[in-house]
Each structure stands twice: as C-alpha cells, then as structure tokens.
Design a protein around this ligand. Structure first.
Ligand SMILES: NC(=O)c1ccc[n+]([C@@H]2O[C@H](COP(=O)([O-])OP(=O)(O)OC[C@H]3O[C@@H](n4cnc5c(N)ncnc54)[C@H](O)[C@@H]3O)[C@@H](O)[C@H]2O)c1
Ligand SMILES: [Zn+2]
Length: 361
C-alpha cells in the first residue's frame, strides 16, 4: 500500500520480551515476509473488503479468519467460534496469529493468543487511529461479558507491530474522532500543557496527515513511559484510565452506540467536571477544555443514554475498591491522579448537572 514513508521504530520493554512498533509504508509487504505455513491472519472483514486487491496481491496464500468488528463480537460467548475456525484451519502452538484491524480485532486476537495452547505468539497490524495511537502497545487484551465491558483480559504483548498510517485514509470521521479522543487522553496524562497544545491542534490533526502522524508517534512515546514503568497496571499506569470509568459506563448505557474513544472523550469531560466541583481545576479550565472535548464528541451527544445503566456500570467498574469509585482526576497544580470518590448524593448531583447541561452548552 502507498502510505507516507515514516522510517522509524519504537521499542517497548515487556515482561514477556521486548517488542517494537515498526513504522512502515507497506504493512502488506511486511506481513508477506512471514512464513505462510506458520501464520494465521485474523482480519477485520471491512478492512479486507476495502483492501481486497492488496490482500490478493500479497497475502493470497495465507489462512484467514474474518471478524465483524462490532463490540458484541468481543464477548466471551463469541470466543469459542474463533477457536473452532482456527482449529479447522490447522492452527498449531508454533503458529503466529496476525491481527489486521482495529481495537476489536486486536482484543479478540490477543485473547486468543493468550489462551490457545496456553500461549501463542501474535503480531498486530493496527488499521484504526485508536489502535495506532494507543491500544497497539500496552499488552492488554480485553473481552466483554454481556454489558460488563472489558471484564476479562490478559497481559499479552504482540511480538511485533507493523504500523502503516496509510490505512487511516479510509477511516470514517467517527473513527478518526474516536482515535483523537485517546490522543487527547494520553496528552492530558502527560501534562496539562501537552493537552492544551493538543486541543489547539485538534482541527489540524483531522485535516493534516503530517500533524496526525506526529501525534500518533508522540502518544505512543508517552504511553511507553507508563507501560514500561508498570506494565501490569498495579500503580502508575492506572492514570491511563482517565475518562474510562465514565466512558465505559457511557458505552454500556448507550448499548455501545458511541465509539469507544468518543465515549472516553465524554468521560474526560465528566471527570473534569467532577474535578472542577472538587476545586481541583478552575471553572475557566473546565470550560476551555470542554469546548475542545465537546468538539470531538458533538456528533454523539444526543445518543439516548440510560441513566440507571450508567450509574450501575460506574459502580461495577473493575478499578473500584470497596464502596468508592476509582476516578482519575486532573489537578491544575500537580500530576493527574487516582482518587477514591463516594457515589453519594453530591456526586449524583454533579453527574445530573453534567448530563442536563452537556447537550446545550
Ligand atoms: N486492548 C487495549 O489496550 C484497548 C485499548 C483501547 C481500546 N480498546 C478496545 O478497542 C475497541 C475500539 O477499537 P477501534 O476504535 O480501533 O475500533 P474497531 O476495531 O471497532 O474499528 C472501528 C471501525 O473501523 C473499521 N475499520 C478498521 N480499520 C479500518 C480502515 N483502515 N478503514 C476503514 N474502516 C476501518 C472497523 O471495521 C469498525 O467498523 C473497543 O472495544 C475498546 O474497548 C482496547
Ligand atoms: Zn480506551
């Protein structure tokens, strides 16, 4: 495929062995070099349809399993289906699974690689902005159980990542916004000044490919710092959950009607609202950031949201301990941090105010 040449690589330290992100302008040629008899491709059906000519030219001889990349597909109930197809394709313990797609294809492939034969090797070709700028590194597989989002999972890094930004040219606007949501998240975690620079560039990210590529590379560099410090998410890495407690609850309460990174953008806005109410940031901070965050989720702000499911999902969030919600909150003076917040009447009032206001501000 013709993408922009970005000759670079980023290596990541992992408990399972170091791996690297190879920036390539030809992911198909890179995958073609793998041994056909020991490789099983797990491909997003939509990506296959869009890039059929490339698959036929480079990867015709490879065994393929197709995924319909919808949130319902990464449910535990669907996993056995993929095990059966791989088994019918003759998968063996020394084969490599190669995921070609976005975060959903990644999560399913990573979970299969972690569990089949008690562990296989896997390679990732991320084709969405969210996967390229964020999820491709960090080792996590995340599988849903009904409406319980990402409840099951493992830490299983890929052996390698072939990152080809050329894939992004066919993404829909909502999937670009989903990716820019995670880019904004990583930048806020790095520091308020990084976030404030990113919101100034938000429009340019969506219109200027070079700007977007720079933000992909920066996001991966900032995420690398945290995952190398705390791959198992026991402490410092927890802040990567910024926007996610609220975001996952929003996804559940809208029956996954909002793309993940867009729900996370709303979740960041909600977390900032809570931070403002607790006096951690000023009103001026909140409203300045809100304008940019809302710009990223505007197209989805009127999706009907079930408040009962929202509240119960928030309380079931896997990061909670005891009766407190574990929220990642911003502070004007000092780093972003994890705070235990009681889901009391005041917290509910803040949520009510946010939901009442955010459609019209
Ligand atoms: N494991 C992790 O660390 C991690 C991190 C963040 C998010 N996630 C998960 O990732 C999922 C979201 O990932 P995503 O946003 O990449 O979504 P996705 O995999 O659902 O892809 C979004 C849409 O884009 C389509 N698509 C993929 N590549 C395309 C291309 N090049 N051109 C056109 N269309 C293309 C897909 O078919 C799908 O319709 C969520 O389930 C989320 O929980 C996982
Ligand atoms: Zn996320």
């Amino acid at each position: 495929m013709v993408g922009l040449p970005v000759p670079d690589r980023l290596s990541i330290k992992s408990y399972k062995g170091d791996y690297s992100v190879e920036f390539t302008s030809d992911a198909f040629a890179a995958v073609q070099t793998l041994p056909v008899d020991k490789t099983q491709l797990i491909v997003d059906q939509k990506v296959f349809d869009l890039y059929r000519a490339h698959f036929e030219k480079y990867l015709a001889d490879f065994k393929k399993v197709f995924i319909n990349a919808e949130e319902a597909e990464k449910d535990i109930d669907q996993i056995s289906k993929y095990v059966r197809v791989l088994s019918a394709n003759g998968v063996k313990i020394d084969h490599t699974l190669v995921a070609v797609g976005g975060g959903i294809t990644q999560d399913i492939t990573c979970f299969l690689a972690a569990t089949m034969f008690r562990g296989m090797s896997w390679i990732f070709v991320p084709t969405t902005l969210l996967a390229q700028a964020d999820s491709c590194i960090g080792s996590k597989s995340s599988i849903n159980v009904g409406s319980l989002k990402n409840l099951l999972g493992t830490f299983t890094p890929p052996r390698q990542i072939f990152l080809d930004v050329g894939f992004l040219r066919t993404l829909e606007a909502k999937d670009i916004a989903s990716g820019t949501g995670e880019i904004l998240k990583v930048h806020m975690i790095k520091g308020i000044e990084y976030f404030e620079r990113a919101i100034v560039d938000l429009h340019a990210m969506k219109t200027d490919f070079q700007v977007l590529q720079n933000y992909i590379a920066a996001s991966l560099r900032y995420k690398k710092e945290l995952i190398e410090l705390d791959e198992m998410d026991k402490g410092p890495r927890n802040v990567m959950n910024y926007g996610h407690s609220f975001g996952h609850a929003i996804e559940s309460a809208t029956s996954f009607g909002i793309p993940h990174g867009i729900a996370v953008t709303m979740g960041m806005d909600m977390a900032n609202y809570q931070s403002m109410k607790m006096g951690r940031i000023t009103e001026a901070d909140f409203f300045k950031w809100h304008t940019a965050l809302r710009e990223n989720y505007r197209d989805f702000e009127n999706v009907p949201l079930d408040r009962g499911i929202f509240s119960s999902s928030l309380k079931k969030d896997k990061k909670n301990t005891g009766s407190l919600l574990s929220l990642i909150l911003v502070r004007r003076q000092g780093p972003i941090e994890k705070i235990g917040v009681a889901p009391d009447a005041e917290f509910q009032k803040n949520c009510d105010e946010f939901f009442a206001g955010f459609k019209n501000r």
